[in-house]
Design a protein around this ligand. Structure first.
Ligand SMILES: Cc1ncc(COP(=O)(O)O)c(C=O)c1O
Length: 406
């Protein structure tokens, strides 16, 4: 198959992409917000509800046995996908946000007055606010890694900010605004040298690059299913076993217990200790299907295609005198932010939407980054495995028309 046939075959698997938006063929350039879902994911969820629907881990009947088997198989798939040493280190959450809250509240309860948390300027609110809450509750200190002029972590500042008081470093793998890829392995090494643990927010990484938690040696790694072709409402917390075992339970209830009496309760082992209540079974099964979908692709070829499109889109945007690209990191992943001179980002996005182009405008849940950049928002393009050069061309044509119109 040539490139065009490859693209057509890929796009044919995504029903959402087969529609018109405002009278134009839909051009979806907002995959960093959420990716579209391929047929196998939609089908896996349908089959679960049509044939296997039952609660898990209560296998008194065959439906429950099938649901449990699929549910736990998805955990194996995630463990393999991120190279976790064991399946018990894969904990289901609602998404990256809930996973970070879990670590902040559970691991965070082991921190003491004056202990320091190191974040970066490019974090999503999901990796800021839970730590701020914890800092207020326990009188901790938050320090922030600044960025260089091209939108990368200032690694010289990291050496100064990491001290023997630093207990946790919470850092994104890939920026959802700038696309910057952070040097996680190096950061983990530096953090471990001062005895700090590292949580990596992999929300924008997992769909675009191989992630090996053992090679990174990170202590926690979190991500959401919906940004990697899976359903919404399901995500993953990976953690090192000794840390997860030492952490107190967070939310409590059924499923996470070994024995309950009115004189006290003993808790279940990992991973169930952190999974109270009936889980998002269809979400887990859908995420399993998304991982099977992703691993069935030639991921190197997809990565290369995304990189070619990134370079092409940047080059096209740079030719428009009204446009300023935001950030120019050396390693950039599937995301481009830009502003239009004299125009509000949301006006541009609305006019693009009227031409069938879906992109994101605003602060992208990264207000501290916007403050640091001196902006009130940007426009953001983001790519997935189904994005083509035709998408970028349609976007550039619509943007040019919009600029002429304004
Ligand atoms: C870098 C980053 N972290 C965290 C999140 C939060 O993900 P969710 O809303 O799925 O929990 C996002 C979502 O945009 C993100 O881009």
């Amino acid at each position: 198959m040539n490139q065009e046939q490859n693209n057509a075959a890929m796009r044919a698997q995504f029903p959402v992409l087969q529609q018109q938006a405002n009278g134009y063929p839909l051009v979806y350039l907002d995959s960093a917000a959420t990716t579209q879902k391929p047929d196998p994911v939609i089908e896996a969820i349908n089959v679960y509800y049509q044939q296997d629907n039952a609660n898990v881990h209560r296998a008194a009947h065959c439906l429950s046995a099938r649901a449990t088997q699929k549910f736990e198989h998805a955990r194996d798939l995630v463990a393999q996908f991120i190279n976790a040493p064991s399946r018990e280190q894969v904990i289901w959450t609602k998404g990256a946000t809930e996973a970070i809250n879990l670590v902040a509240q559970s691991y965070g309860s082991l921190l003491n007055l004056g202990d320091e948390i190191l974040l970066s300027t490019m974090e999503h609110h999901a990796n800021i606010v839970p730590w701020q809450q914890l800092a207020q509750q326990r009188d901790l200190v938050i320090r922030v890694i600044p960025l260089t002029a091209n939108g990368e972590l200032d690694m010289n500042a990291v050496s100064e900010l990491l001290t023997e008081r630093t207990r946790i470093v919470a850092i994104t793998h890939v920026s959802n605004v700038l696309g910057s890829v952070n040097p996680i392995a190096q950061l983990v090494k530096m953090s471990h040298q001062v005895g700090a643990k590292v949580l990596v927010d992999g929300s924008q990484a997992v769909a675009h690059m191989p992630v090996d938690v053992q090679a990174l040696d990170c202590d926690f790694y979190v991500f959401s299913g919906h940004k990697m072709y899976g359903p919404t409402g399901i995500g993953v917390l990976y953690g090192k076993t000794e840390l997860l075992n030492a952490m107190p339970v967070w939310q409590t209830g059924g499923e996470m217990i070994k024995k309950v009496s009115f004189s006290g309760t003993t808790f279940n082992a990992l991973p169930f200790k952190f999974e109270p209540g009936t889980p998002n079974i269809s979400g887990v099964i859908g995420l399993g299907a998304a991982i099977e979908f992703l691993t069935s692709l030639d991921r190197v070829a997809i990565h290369n295609q995304e990189q070619v499109l990134l370079a092409y889109a940047k080059q096209q945007l740079e030719q428009l005198s009204e446009i300023t690209l935001i950030g120019s990191p050396q390693e950039q992943m599937a995301v481009i932010s830009f502003v239009v001179k004299g125009e509000h980002h949301s006006d541009i996005a609305t006019l693009l939407d009227q031409q069938g182009i879906a992109i994101r405008a605003g602060h992208h849940c990264a207000m501290p980054l916007m403050d640091a950049l001196g902006l009130n928002g940007t426009l953001r393009l983001s790519f997935g495995c189904y994005t083509t050069k035709q998408d970028v061309d349609a976007f550039i044509t619509a943007l040019q028309k919009t600029l002429e119109f304004l």
